[in-house]
Every structure is written in structure tokens, then in C-alpha cells.
Design a protein around this ligand. Structure first.
Ligand SMILES: NC(=O)c1ccc[n+]([C@@H]2O[C@H](COP(=O)([O-])OP(=O)(O)OC[C@H]3O[C@@H](n4cnc5c(N)ncnc54)[C@H](OP(=O)(O)O)[C@@H]3O)[C@@H](O)[C@H]2O)c1
Length: 297
């Protein structure tokens, strides 16, 4: 079906549209773990990829036990230049109908203080590797005339901000790439969406949250972008909410958000003058007493 309207066909189940296998890149912890569990809850077998074998095995066991689906573990580093071959080998006998790219590297700090190698690894993780894996999965989906793809980006990816230059730029790449493919691959029945994630709970995030200024973060009813973003930092989403929103949003448009507030922040940010929005996001970083390199993504 041609992808010219925000409404997509309804009828086939999630598993019929996006099964029988999902591949979750960065699927063992946090949002990734929730994405693995939710894909299985919707009837898909799951290939879970991550580096750490212990958390990978734990999440795989949890997915099997809770949902009775098949799970394959792929312990591989998405920054490895051979990642295309490793993924191809691990999935050659599977029909992957859902590909979610969730993992990231976020070098946080002043641009020139971050070693170039780390910046290049971030570009590899946020730009080159998703592109490489799209070449692995998308042609087969196009040939089948169905499938789903989501690149997990960030509300931070729609503007620049001090101390997260390369990360924000990488998230912008994922956003624009997914939005473009929503049009192109949508013409072949493949649903694509960029997930613009906002603040989301994790052990690392919760440690960051403890350093927020409660007074600065208390203004929930303001129309001011900075006030609302600060309030959002204080009230992060749960990873499970992100996973449900992503899968519900697949097929409903090129961009998906977890909460209405995240969509409001994106819309407001994009409507502002570039200097104004960049300064506003810079001021957001002052909301925490934690040094920038320790702040959550
Ligand atoms: N949490 C937030 O508040 C927030 C806000 C905006 C956007 N996001 C976006 O949401 C996504 C998930 O964020 P998160 O904080 O949950 O991510 P994360 O903790 O860095 O990683 C999540 C998963 O990716 C795996 N992973 C990390 N690096 C990898 C690598 N090089 N190769 C293979 N797997 C790797 C991790 O396992 P291993 O470490 O064992 O490999 C883990 O399973 C990211 O794309 C991020 O940009 C998050």
C-alpha cells in the first residue's frame, strides 16, 4: 500500500504484519529489555542483541518464561565493523519482520574534551550501524511486502545542545533517516517510525534525577518550554511505556512519542528560532547539579 496518508490499513494482527521474528539491537536492558518483552507479548520470536552476556541471558530467559516464544541471543558489539556479517550469520535462517535499533553511545561533555575515537564510535553506533543493518533487513521486508522498522531516537535529536553535540547529531540522523524511509519503504508495505524518546527511567537515569533541583522542576502547567522540559525530567516514563508506544505507533506515522508531553516539546522546539531553542536546551542542562559527563541521555 502506498504510504501517502497518516492512516495505515488495519486488520492483520501485529504478528501477521511484523512476525515471525523481531531483531532488537540493544535489547537486554532498560528500554531494550522492554522492547524485547513487548515484542514477545505481541506474539513474535525475538533475536536479542547486546554485548553483556549475563544480562542478555537473563533477559532471554525472562522473555521465554513469560511469553513462551523462541529467543536467540546475539552477543555482539554494534560498533564492531563486522557487525553486518555477524547479524547476517545469526539470522540467515530466520524471517525477521521487525527490526528495532535501540542501542546508542552518548558521549556527554564539552565537544573538544571528548576523545575523537569516542566521538567516531558514537557516529558508528548511531549512524553507520543502523544503516548497515537496514541493508540487511529492509530488502527482505520489501520483497515480502510487509515488515516494521523503528530507529530509537530522542527528543534531543531535533536541535543542538551544548555537551551532547555528537549524540544529538546522531539522534537527528536516526530521526531523519526513519522519516525518509517511512515514505520510501512504506510504498512497499513496510512500516517505519522514528521513536523520539523523552526522559525514561533506568538506574542511571534515576541517579541523575536525584540531582535535579525540585523547585526548578515543579512547573507542570507552564507554557514555557524550559519549565515543561524540566518538569518532564522529574517525571520520567517507564521503559514499558516506551515499548508499548513504539509498537502501537508503528504503522501510524513517521514519528512516535511515548507521551503527549514529548510530542509537545518536539513541536515547540521545532517552532522556535534556532538560537532560542539551542539556548533553551543549554539551560536545561543547568537543571542538574551533576556534571554534564555524568548526566543521563
Ligand atoms: N533513557 C532515556 O532517558 C533516553 C532518553 C532519550 C533517548 N533515549 C534513547 O533510548 C535508547 C535506549 O536508551 P537506554 O538508556 O536504555 O540505552 P543503554 O542503556 O545504553 O543500552 C540499552 C541496551 O543496548 C545495549 N548496548 C549498548 N551498547 C551496545 C553495543 N555497543 N552493542 C550492542 N549492544 C549495546 C545494552 O547492553 P550492553 O551494554 O550489555 O551491550 C542494553 O541492552 C537509546 O537509543 C537512547 O538514545 C533514552
Amino acid at each position: 500500500m502506498s504510504n501517502t496518508s497518516p492512516q495505515r490499513s488495519s486488520g492483520p494482527s501485529f504478528a501477521e504484519k511484523y512476525g515471525p521474528w523481531a531483531f532488537i539491537a540493544g535489547g537486554s536492558m532498560g528500554i531494550g529489555r522492554a522492547l524485547s518483552l513487548e515484542a514477545a507479548a505481541r506474539g513474535l520470536n525475538v533475536v536479542i542483541n547486546a554485548r553483556g552476556r549475563e544480562s542478555l541471558a537473563k533477559t532471554a530467559a525472562e522473555v521465554r518464561a513469560r511469553h513462551g516464544v523462541e529467543v536467540r541471543e546475539l552477543a555482539a558489539d554494534l560498533a564492531d565493523p563486522r557487525i553486518g556479517e555477524l547479524v547476517a550469520e545469526a539470522t540467515s535462517d530466520l524471517q525477521v519482520g521487525l527490526f528495532v535499533y535501540n542501542a546508542t553511545i552518548a558521549p556527554i561533555g564539552r565537544f573538544l574534551d571528548i576523545p575523537l575515537d569516542l566521538q567516531l564510535t558514537s557516529v558508528q553506533m548511531n549512524c553507520a550501524t543502523p544503516l548497515r543493518l537496514l541493508y540487511e533487513f529492509a530488502p527482505k521486508m520489501v520483497a515480502r511486502g510487509r515488515g516494521g522498522i523503528s530507529l530509537v531516537s530522542s527528543t534531543g535529536g531535533t536541535q543542538g545542545a551544548v555537551t551532547s553535540a555528537t549524540y544529538n547529531a546522531g539522534k537527528a540522523f536516526e530521526w531523519i533517516l526513519a522519516e525518509s524511509l517511512w515514505g520510501e519503504l512504506g510504498d512497499h508495505g513496510v512500516d517505519v517510525t522514528a521513536m523520539l524518546v523523552g526522559p525514561t527511567s533506568s538506574p542511571n537515569y534515576n541517579a541523575f534525577k536525584d540531582t535535579l533541583d525540585p523547585e526548578l522542576c515543579s512547573r507542570a502547567d507552564s507554557e514555557d518550554l524550559l519549565d515543561r522540559m524540566r518538569n518532564g525530567l522529574m517525571n520520567p516514563a517507564e521503559p514499558e511505556e516506551v515499548a508499548v508506544s513504539l509498537y502501537d505507533g508503528l504503522g501510524n506515522g513517521p514519528v512516535t512519542w511515548t507521551r503527549p508531553l514529548d510530542k509537545w516539546i518536539t513541536t515547540k522546539s521545532l517552532a522556535m528560532a534556532r538560537d532560542e531553542v539551542t539556548v533553551t536546551w543549554r539551560r536545561l542542562m543547568e537543571t542538574s547539579t551533576r556534571p554534564p559527563e555524568k548526566q543521563a541521555r
